[in-house]
Design a binder for this molecule. Structure first.
Ligand code: FAD
Length: 540
């Protein structure tokens, strides 16, 4: 970053200006090949190596490795983490696994489906792609999932999971019936809400693998129908779409009839399309004409399709359920647009659409220090949990600091579990839905290139991110920890309540065995120095 020779500057500018072309010619074909190999490996694993009945054997093998780690002299032991390479995970940070003892947790099996209890038991590396492929034909889906096929059941549990069904049920963690975890001393613990390990049960979400190694979990499922009837409602005026989201989510009235899925895509401060979805069958032949396979490779990116309703006006269509659940997979929400600006052009889609999306794993695999710096210096990736009471204010703040649209909004309950809140705090009084034990929050998703960077104006990522984090702390919200944080340890502990977490770390032998949560999620690079350098480079 420090080298600012004119040649280097010109080269960087050229690469930035032609990034779409470079990605098309080099990255997409390579990413496609890379993905094909991964898919083949997964298929091979599913077809020939799948052995749910050998789960206990696999767990004992991991247990033996942990015990071997424990047999080393104390001063030789490095904290443990899974050996899953960073580039395979969705998070934008690169935790330095080489400073840890890497333990393989190769657990990819769906273990059992209990239709009476409406629970599926899985190993942690089962992906959203796998579980939706398994459950939907059987008439179910996970209560909470993510729109990206590569996300894993374990990653969503130990990080955070939130989706457009969350206004009905809350975070992904609310749908976890039980966790099976290997602790730092190698013992296996089954933690549920009500058993003697309920403290561990509540501390595991948002712990990012800093309390133990997850080896299995039971997840609640919900019955579904094959299609989602999705109504697109274009709304003009910020107050109008914010009021509509509060009404439809039941934030103000616990008796409100809730849709199955609810979200809004905000295209400018005053324009949004609110989407209301309900499970349905489509039997009427006339209605079949309204079925839209939104996930087909030649179709417009989902958010671009949504945008058309601002002009077309309110309408509805039927989307096959799995395609709805993975609707943001091809454009990774709208991240791909900043890489391939012409990617949604119909000719491009027709010729190359099948190469999309560029595999997040491939993009991470090929990340150089310069590209890594760009992910926070010239782009923004943030999902933020905020109370519904600040919906308007948060859109204003995001515009002021990042000036990039679209913005994603979908509501999520946060239940008041009293002392069992884990790393979160009970919702404040004014954030509670009247007469209930939950507050209505929402995910504010801001992804893309900040306006000033697009316009080649001065952009100070440190200032922008720290201002946003300050706002989040003030209003009682939370940053998703898959993305870069710019908080000091003190600020982090102001946002997250680590009281239960620290007790659990001590009680369940995590101290010294696994990295601390803050150390695990803080960026591995000096974001302050790189951010400052970027702003100074502009000033030169
Ligand atoms: C553009 C974008 C948009 C996103 N939008 C959303 C959104 O709307 N809603 C949402 O919920 N999420 C969203 N995410 C984030 C996503 O949910 C996270 O990245 C999530 O953590 C799942 O990723 P993963 O399965 O790769 O988990 P990982 O990142 O691999 O895992 C999460 C953490 O858990 C640890 N871990 C995983 N498995 C184990 C194990 N078996 N034992 C011990 N530790 C383990 C990992 O080390 C890591 O610290 C978004 C991500 C991106 C890039």
């Amino acid at each position: 970053m420090g080298d600012s020779s004119p040649f280097r500057k010109r080269l960087i500018r050229w690469l930035e200006d032609n990034r779409g072309f470079i990605i098309l010619v080099f990255c997409l074909p390579a990413s496609f090949l890379f993905d094909t190999c991964l898919q083949l490996r997964n298929w091979f694993r599913r077809t020939f190596l799948s052995a749910p009945e050998k789960h206990d054997e696999r767990v004992r093998d991991i247990q033996r490795r942990i015990r071997r780690w424990g047999d080393q002299p104390k001063d030789k032991r490095k904290p443990m983490c899974t050996s899953r390479p960073n580039w395979l995970s969705l998070s934008t940070t690169f935790f330095q696994k080489d400073q840890c003892e890497k333990i393989p947790v190769d657990l990819y099996n769906i273990l059992s489906l209990d239709e009476d209890r409406q629970v599926v038991r899985v190993e942690p590396m089962v992906s959203v792609g796998d579980i939706t492929r398994y459950l939907i034909p059987r008439g179910y889906t996970l209560a909470v999932t993510l729109e990206i096929a590569d996300a894993t059941c374990g990653g969503l549990g130990l990080g955070v999971g939130m989706t457009t069904y969350s206004h009905r049920v809350g975070f992904y963690q609310e749908a976890v019936e039980s966790w099976d975890v290997l602790l730092g001393d190698g013992s296996l613990v089954h933690a549920t809400k009500d058993n003697e390990h309920s403290d561990l049960y509540y501390a595991l979400p948002w712990s990012h693998g800093s309390l133990g190694l997850l080896v299995a979990m039971e997840l609640k499922i919900i019955p579904v129908k094959p299609y989602l009837k999705l109504k697109y409602i274009p709304v003009h005026g910020q107050k109008a779409y914010c009021d509509m989201m509060r009404d439809l989510s039941g934030a103000l009235d616990k008796t409100a009839k809730l849709p199955d899925y609810l979200e809004a895509t905000v295209f400018s401060k005053d324009e949004a399309v609110v989407m209301v979805g309900n499970f349905t069958d489509v039997t009427d032949p006339k209605e079949k004409a309204k079925i839209n396979h939104v996930a087909s490779w030649y179709k417009p990116w989902f958010y671009k399709h949504v945008e058309t309703f601002l002009q077309k006006g309110e309408d509805y269509e039927y989307i096959p359920l799995r395609e709805y659940l993975l609707r943001h997979n091809r454009a990774i929400f709208w991240v791909v647009e900043s890489m391939i600006p012409f990617g949604n052009n119909p000719i491009f889609r027709l010729l190359f659409g099948w190469l999309l999306p560029p595999k997040p794993a491939f993009l991470k695999f090929t990340t150089t220090p310069g590209v890594r710096a760009m992910t926070f210096a010239k782009q923004v990736f943030q999902d933020i949990v905020l109370p519904m009471t600040v919906l308007e204010k948060s859109v204003d703040r995001a515009e002021e600091l990042f000036d990039t649209y679209p913005i994603l909004i979908y509501p999520c309950r946060i239940y008041d579990h009293g002392p069992a809140m884990g790393q979160l705090r009970p919702p404040r009084k004014d954030q509670m839905c009247p007469g209930t034990n939950y507050g209505m929050f929402y995910d504010l998703g801001v992804y893309g290139v900040p306006g000033p960077v697009k316009r080649r104006e001065r952009y100070d990522p440190v200032h922008a991110m720290r201002s946003m984090e300050k706002f989040i702390r003030e209003v009682g919200g939370y940053s998703f920890l898959y993305a870069d944080i710019f908080m000091t340890r003190e600020e982090f502990e102001e946002m997250f309540d680590l009281t239960l977490y620290e007790k659990v770390r001590k009680k369940y032998h995590a101290e010294g065995a696994f990295p601390h949560l803050y150390d695990k999620v803080k960026p591995e690079v000096d974001v302050f120095a790189i951010g400052r350098q970027c702003a100074e480079d502009f000033d030169k």
